[in-house]
Design a protein around this ligand. Structure first.
Ligand code: NAD
Ligand code: ZN
Length: 249
C-alpha cells in the first residue's frame, strides 16, 4: 500500500479517469448529522442490530422496529447534504460531460442524501428509508410522510408494511446488485467513501473492481479491511477530502 495521501492530492489521483465508480457508506452522511452504525458514535453501540434490523425482529415486534425507523426518518429529514454529497454530484456532471465518460454511484445508505445533492446515476444497494414495502406480497411504494403513522399500516393484501430497506440476512435487490457488479468491473477508478467494508456483499464490490484492473482509492478516517489493497488512502473525513475536489477534469 502507498502511504496515506493528503486530501489535496486526491484531486491529482482522480484527474484523467473517465470511468469512475463510487461506493459510499454511512460515513458519507456522518457530517450531515446522520449517525453511522459502527464506529465511535455508531448506533450499534446503543442498540442491537438483531433487535431492530432483521426480518425476524419485525415479525416479533413490528412496533418497536417501526418506531426506530420513524425516529431515523425524522433525523434524516432534518439533515442536509454535506460537502461530500455535493462534490460527488459535481464529479458526476464533470465525468459524464466527457466523451465516453461513465459515472456510477453505489450507495449502502438509505437516507436519499445523494439524490438530494443532485446525483443522478445512483444505485441504492440497501433500499430507501423513503419507501415502504409489504412484508407479505412485496409491493413497494414511496412514502415521504414525517412523522410516520404511529403503527405500521396494512397493505391491500392485509400484510404489514415495513421500511423499504435491506435488513441483515436479506438478499440485495437483484437488479441493483447486477448493475453494481457491472459498474465495478468496468470502472478505471473505484472510490470508496465512509464504509467499514464489513457488510457483504457490498464490501466485495471494491475487490471486483480491483480484479478487473481498477485503481482503488479509500476515504475513511480509520483503517478498514480495504486499506491494505488500496492504491491511495485518504485518512480524513468525507466532507474534508471530497470538499476539495471541485477543480478536477
Ligand atoms: P458503518 O456504520 O459500518 O461504517 C461507517 C464507516 O464510516 C466507518 O468505517 C467509519 O470509520 C467511517 N466514517 C465515520 N465518519 C466518517 C466521515 N465523517 N467521513 C468518512 N468516513 C467516516 O456503515 P456502512 O459501511 O455503510 O455499512 C453498514 C450499513 O449501515 C449499511 O447497510 C447501510 O445501509 C446502513 N446505514 C445507513 C445509514 C444512512 O443511510 N445514512 C446510516 C447508518 C447505517
Ligand atoms: Zn401486500
Amino acid at each position: 500500500m502507498n502511504p496515506p495521501t493528503e486530501p489535496g492530492d486526491l484531486e491529482a489521483f482522480l484527474s484523467g479517469a473517465k470511468s469512475i465508480c463510487v461506493l459510499t457508506g454511512a460515513g458519507v452522511s456522518q457530517e450531515s448529522g446522520v449517525p453511522t452504525f459502527r464506529g465511535a458514535d455508531g448506533l450499534w453501540r446503543k442498540f442491537r442490530p438483531e433487535d431492530l434490523a432483521t426480518p425476524e425482529a419485525f415479525a416479533r415486534d413490528p412496533l418497536l422496529v417501526w418506531e426506530w425507523y420513524a425516529w431515523r426518518r425524522e433525523l434524516i429529514q432534518r439533515a442536509q447534504p454535506n460537502a461530500a454529497h455535493l462534490a460527488l454530484a459535481d464529479l458526476e456532471q464533470r465525468i459524464t460531460a466527457l466523451p465516453g465518460g461513465q459515472f456510477t454511484l453505489l450507495t449502502q445508505n438509505v437516507d436519499g442524501l445523494h439524490e438530494r445533492a443532485g446525483s443522478r446515476n445512483v444505485v441504492r444497494l440497501h433500499g430507501s428509508i423513503w419507501h415502504l414495502r409489504c412484508s407479505r406480497c412485496g409491493e413497494e411504494r414511496e412514502d415521504r410522510s414525517v412523522p410516520l403513522d404511529p403503527f405500521p399500516p396494512r397493505c391491500e393484501c392485509s400484510g404489514l408494511l415495513r421500511p423499504g430497506v435491506v435488513w441483515f440476512g436479506e438478499p440485495l435487490p437483484e437488479s441493483e446488485w447486477s448493475q453494481a457488479a457491472r459498474a465495478a468491473a468496468e470502472a478505471a477508478l473505484f472510490l470508496v467513501v465512509g464504509t467499514s467494508a464489513l457488510v457483504q456483499p457490498a464490501a466485495s464490490l471494491p475487490l471486483i473492481a480491483k480484479q478487473n484492473g481498477a485503481r482503488l482509492v479509500e476515504v475513511n478516517p480509520v483503517p478498514t479491511p480495504l486499506s491494505e489493497m488500496a492504491d491511495c488512502v485518504v485518512r480524513s473525513t468525507a466532507a474534508e477530502a471530497l470538499g476539495k475536489l471541485r477543480t478536477i477534469h
